[in-house]
Design a protein around this ligand. Sequence first.
Ligand SMILES: *Cc1c(COP(=O)(O)O)cnc(C)c1O
Length: 390
Amino acid sequence: MNYKNVETNAIRTQLDRTEFLEHSVPLYLTSSFVFEDAEDMRASFAEEKDRNIYSRFTNPNTSEFTEKICKMEGAEAGYAFATGMAAVFSTFAALLNSGDHIVSCRSVFGSTHTLFTKYLPKWNIETTYFKAEDAAEVASLIKPNTRVIYAETPTNPGVDVLDLEILAKVARDHDLILIIDNCFATPYLQQPIKFGADLVIHSATKLIDGQGRVLGGITVGRADLIREIYLFARNTGPAMSPFNAWVLSKSLETLPVRVDRHCENALKVATFLEEHPNVNWVKHPFLKSHPQYEVAKRQMKAGGSIVAFEVKGGVEAGRKFLNSIGMCSLSANLGDTRTIVTHPASTTHSKLSEEDRLEVGITDGLVRISVGLEAVEDILADLDQALRNA
Ligand SMILES: *Cc1c(COP(=O)(O)O)cnc(C)c1O
């Protein structure tokens, strides 16, 4: 069944019941599956039958998780990975050849940047970056060997929003594959395939799990591309574990209600910070002051859980602000029930030169908050006292 609404697909997509008529889907911890006879075995390996053989290929729990995400994203097919980075790497490794070229937004997840600049060049695959605010100029960066346009939206940590329709038009006009990392938006808030993306990647570790427990990743989209990705993964082994798939599939049932509250709290935090005397500026996709507010409204159901802002007083004030935080967590994760505060200039991006940091919009006072599900009054009180001490 494919229901009209994301919420229903997230809950009612499930494996057929076993003889026990269980209501909640059981966990299939099994590495392999048995065959009836020699002919069954032959036909299964020849892919004449759609069935499980070995859990590196498929497993009932990973298939259920994949099918849910496919329905939520409006995708034809997908494959679930052990982590978000396994999904990102395997997607490129499966689809690209030596000599190919990628055009990507510069504001990408740190490990994706390392993949583009350190590992893919080993196989003679080069990347050209564009700035989030220059998305309209992407066409000018395309070369004869360009195969892929890649972007995240909203971006990390600057929460810039890229216009998916513009990127999709450029990709179509030049016969390129458009890949969107939809991690910050989740399949509930934004479905890039509707705007013309060919593939969508998620780190399921973030809001899809939502409770900071397990790692996971997934790529969904065009069936012909997923077939290549599946064959690559089936032979190289980055599969999601059945246990994580079982946890994540259950997490999806509550994703829409959780994300609604994340977004509601985040917008309140953003509005509060915008009026705070110790804050220079605030960015959240659904604040009217956001430069791409209109684009965000067009392609996202709500603004997401991430708020970026700048504390007055540079690096030192940023550090003092973090040291004064009480309830909120200082952690590298995001999309958790618990509010998480990070200061990229002194932590995740401290190895970059100031010039390189500014290039991706990371000013010295920039703070990123992943707004959680605590009572918003308690979140605001903690941020307020820390700002007064900064
Ligand atoms: C965390 C993250 C990833 C990587 O996911 P892991 O599950 O940690 O491997 C990729 N893209 C974005 C936008 C992320 O936030």
